[in-house]
Design a protein around this ligand. Structure first.
Ligand code: NDP
Length: 610
């Protein structure tokens, strides 16, 4: 790989319109018009909860129901809610300090979290596999390709669980119904839908950030009599094929897919290949850049030295935190856009007027999105379809996508893009989807409409937690999350949270999860070594952290307000609560430095010990 001095840049002043070859003001206006078309007064309320008569959308199509088991009435050292990567990494780190009685409670039929549920055809991870798959070095595993597909990732989750004996004592197909701190006993009491009454000294909540599928509140959605499912519960009995594609049972079917986000981008090529006819209902196009996946070079794999994975993960995080590295080890679309569009590091030492930097960054964004739009023209043959597939917003208003077959799929004669000019589907009838006033009769509707973000914590977790003095997390967090480091919350001792609110958000989620697991490992070890029976942040420390999070919010309200609606900006309604629930604004590496220094300080500053 070529050496890449990222500090070097030729940008020293604002370029003129002639030099640019486009008019920034005209683009700004176009973005505004496209955003305004999509603003809806209902905001997040346009979606409906998947429960009640919609609960079948949550059924698990991948595992047979577990036989009834005897309820458990026992005590363990640590309960981990959630068997995704967050829970598994915590389990692994706790094994390292000798904790024996670890119990993972998981709603699904196996571990894997999001990779258990999202098995749709083409499902893959956009983050490079060598940094995404956790604990590769510990397990001696090298991913097969630069970007891993879902089955390999699920297999890796199972590998971690086996390696660290985390299946021992695991409760699968079990849903936590409540948690209560027992002051007298200094233990958590956890109940489940299987009648369990468990006690535990420590509890980890690793519920996952995008765990609850959501459905659009399209009029008539209940009346549809054809087949439907959500992408996170793919019905292979109906479609045939597998995560690798080959959806042979759709050969005589007219299929609709609603939604064109990161999930649809990955499954549309397979639906297009399998279905007799495919109708892709689009409200807002995704930005789709080059993927360029490739098999792992075995010679390169053999040359890796000890510590390679951590080094690579840190290299990525330095870049994504706006830092400068000698060499970009990942060299992909993520590092390119984050380096060019988010990081201000490249302007240091260039003599550029610092007041021009936001404008220069906006120009870099325009240029990148021009390139994305030109890519559409270079691939999609029909001009009107190409025009409709062009995204008109700044790159980080929505999640960037990378794919080498999505846009190409619209050249198939059986695939029809139904662009709704930002309005979405009009209604659904017993037999059809109606958009732009036109009726499209279909045999099946696939909802690629994403997951709940910004709804209440208890609604997404499915349970509430009662801490000291009867206070519940639902009540405490009603106006926004309150924590120290995103990890612990006052009034809820020995309770640890894996998530990205008020802590590090990185494109490489498992890295942040591992950092939190190491932090919890440290705290739990302190408790065990020093005879501390309970630990929680003080109210003062927590208040100071919340204020800090709000004050350094990376994407300020102006940026978010200018963005097209989506879950990044609370569906076009950014507010103090959504900013408070956001991530640490200076990026993941500065956050990791803070928590590392905090641990090295040795005094557990801001913690109340009992
Ligand atoms: P998203 O929330 O990103 O997309 C939902 C889609 O549904 C959007 O295109 C939305 O349009 C559309 N939609 C909603 N309501 C309507 C309506 N009434 N009519 C028409 N369209 C509608 O969900 P995804 O499942 O695609 O992705 C969720 C997240 O999962 C990603 O952002 C990413 O974080 C993660 N993911 C990660 C992958 C990886 O590689 N690691 C791969 C896939 C997903 P609009 O944009 O207008 O709101």
């Amino acid at each position: 790989m070529a050496s890449d001095n990222l500090a070097a840049t030729s940008v020293t002043r604002l370029p003129t319109r002639e030099e640019l070859g486009f008019d920034p003001e005209a683009l700004r206006e176009k973005y505004r018009i496209e955003r305004d078309k999509r603003l809806r007064t209902e905001g997040n309320e346009q979606y409906q909860e998947v429960g009640g008569d919609f609960s079948r959308y949550l059924d698990d199509p991948y595992s047979p129901p577990l036989k009834n088991r005897e309820p458990l009435n026992d005590e363990v050292d640590v309960i981990i809610v959630g068997g995704g990567f967050g829970g598994l990494i915590c389990g692994a780190r706790f094994r390292e300090i000798g904790i024996q009685r670890i119990r993972i409670i998981e709603e699904a039929g196996d571990v894997g979290g999001t990779w258990y549920w999202n098995r749709y055809p083409g499902a893959a991870c956009d983050t490079e596999a060598y940094i995404y798959l956790p604990l590769c070095e510990e397990l001696g595993y090298i991913p097969k390709t630069k970007y891993a597909f879902a089955p390999e990732i699920l297999g890796h989750a199972q590998r971690i669980a086996k390696h660290f004996n985390l299946y021992d004592g695991m409760c699968l197909q079990t849903h936590v119904t409540g948690m209560r701190w027992d002051e007298a006993d200094q233990r958590w009491r956890v109940t489940t839908n299987r009648g369990d009454h468990m006690r535990s000294r420590f509890v980890i909540m690793s519920n996952g950030p995008l765990n609850r599928p959501k459905l659009p509140g399209i009029p008539g959605i209940r009346s549809y009599k054809g087949h439907t499912f959500h992408t996170s519960r793919w019905d292979y009995d109906y479609t045939g094929g597998s995560s690798e594609g080959g959806l042979n049972k759709l050969a005589d079917k007219r299929v609709a897919i609603i939604g064109t986000g990161a999930t649809a981008v990955q499954c549309v090529p397979h639906l297009g290949a399998g279905a007799k006819e495919l109708f892709v209902f689009q409200r807002t196009p995704s930005s789709v850049d080059v993927r360029d996946n490739r098999r792992t070079d075995l010679e390169w794999a053999a040359s890796l030295h000890q510590g390679w994975q951590r080094e690579r993960m840190e290299n990525f995080n330095t870049l994504t935190s706006g830092g400068v590295v000698e060499k970009d080890l990942i060299q992909d679309g993520w590092t390119e856009i984050i380096r060019n569009l988010v990081s201000m590091a490249k302007f240091r030492g260039t003599g550029v007027d610092w007041g021009d930097v936001p404008k220069l960054m906006e120009i870099a964004d325009f240029q990148k999105m021009n390139q994305i739009r030109a890519r559409v023209d270079s691939i999609v043959q029909d001009q009107a379809t190409a025009e409709a597939l062009k995204p008109w917003y700044r790159q980080f208003c929505k999640r960037p996508c990378f794919h080498d077959e999505y846009l190409q799929t619209f050249n198939r004669p059986n695939v029809h893009l139904i662009d709704t000019n930002g309005q979405g589907v009009d209604r659904i009838t017993e037999t059809s989807v109606i958009a732009n006033g036109i009726e499209y009769p279909v045999d099946c509707i696939v909802f690629a409409t994403g997951f709940e973000v910004g709804t209440s914590w208890t609604r997404r977790s499915g349970y509430d937690v009662e801490g000291r003095n009867g206070q519940t997390i639902g009540n405490k967090w009603a106006d926004g999350i309150r924590t120290l480091h995103g990890y612990m919350t006052h009034g809820f001792p020995n309770l640890f949270i894996v998530g990205n609110s008020q802590s590090a958000a990185t494109t490489n989620f498992p890295h942040a999860m591992d950092e939190s697991a190491r932090h919890f490992q440290y705290l739990i070890k302190q408790c065990l070594d020093d005879g501390i029976s309970c630990l929680e942040p003080s109210k003062d420390a927590e208040d100071a952290w919340v204020d800090h999070i709000i004050s350094i919010s990376r994407f300020n309200e102006v940026f978010l307000n200018d963005c097209t609606p989506g879950y990044y900006n609370n569906e076009g309604k950014p507010n103090r609560r959504s900013i408070q629930n956001g991530a640490y604004g200076k990026g993941p590496n500065p956050f990791f430095r803070i928590t590392k220094a905090w641990r090295e300080g040795g005094s557990m500053e801001g913690m109340l010990k009992g």
